[in-house]
Design a protein around this ligand. Structure first.
Ligand SMILES: [Zn+2]
Ligand SMILES: [Zn+2]
Ligand SMILES: [Zn+2]
Ligand SMILES: [Zn+2]
Length: 266
């Protein structure tokens, strides 16, 4: 981490393991009755005061070094549009991470980032030469990916998952439902190839390998799919408005009210 290195250069004790070691020694000495808590606090305070005395005269340099270090930690590569730095940033609106250009607002180039811990990589994408990042999503293994959604390495093949029930209802029996991912929003969903006419689409979980099945949901006619994550395979009806789900929720709600209404035993 460049920030730690920058701090280390100006205030070695603050980040240096020596300070931690001295404090730990102090703790054991207190435990052993060799010294008092006051004594240890006083010497730590002196140590910090020394560091601050060293930092204050060079505060402007420290400020610059820290700003540079923060930029270095965020740096992912060169902007293909203007040649300035591409940086990992947090959106103030959504709090989510994305890649933006240090030339903003003159340069408006951005790349979406998936959820999880993001680390810049030194090697560029072997397919297209754009920068790569390492993504560690919750409960998943880290993986390195190209930041450009249009890069062939990021192209997930569309998966045929079944036949559109809405088109079937209107007499078209071979309309395919396709699972796909929007390259800009990175959202995954199922959509009918006649979507403009039938409006049939279903949301999908964002992570996990998608496997089609031959089954359709008995309640709503949507294709059943299997999503396999680190927690194992999960078979689901992707339809949010599926009546089977409503029945389940109703059953839950009914259980709750019946419990509430049940007369108390005296
Ligand atoms: Zn740019
Ligand atoms: Zn690429
Ligand atoms: Zn359709
Ligand atoms: Zn269903």
């Amino acid at each position: 981490m460049a920030v730690i290195d920058a701090l280390d250069a100006y205030a070695p004790h603050i980040t240096h393991p020596q300070m931690t070691a001295e404090l730990e020694d102090g703790m054991s000495s207190i435990a052993a009755g060799k010294t008092t808590k006051e004594e240890v606090v006083r010497s730590s305070r002196d140590l910090l005061a020394q560091e601050l005395d060293a930092l204050l005269p060079v505060r402007e340099q420290v400020k610059e070094a820290l700003a540079d270090a923060v930029a270095a930690d965020a740096y992912v590569g060169v902007c293909p549009k203007c040649g300035k730095d591409l940086q990992i940033r947090a959106s103030s609106k959504t709090k989510s991470m994305f890649i933006g250009c240090s030339g903003w607002p003159e340069c408006d180039i951005t790349y979406p980032l998936p959820k999880g811990k993001i680390e810049a990589q030194e090697e560029v994408c072997p397919t297209c030469g754009m920068p790569q990042v390492k993504v560690t999503a919750f409960r998943s293994k880290p993986h390195v990916k190209c930041i450009d959604p249009s890069c062939p390495s990021n192209h997930e093949p569309d998966v045929e998952v079944g036949i559109c029930p809405k088109c079937t209802d209107r007499g078209i029996f071979d309309a395919k439902l396709i699972a796909q991912r929007n390259p800009r929003t990175l959202k995954r969903f199922i959509r009918c190839e006649n979507y403009e006419e039938c409006g049939c689409s279903y949301p999908l979980p964002q992570h996990g390998t998608l496997t089609p099945t031959d089954e359709v949901c008995e309640a709503c006619g949507a294709p059943m799919v299997i999503v396999t994550t680190a927690r194992g395979p999960w078979k689901l009806c992707p339809n949010f408005e599926c009546s089977a789900k409503e029945e389940k929720n109703e059953a839950k709600a009914a259980k709750k009210t019946s419990r509430k209404r049940s007369p108390r035993k005296k």
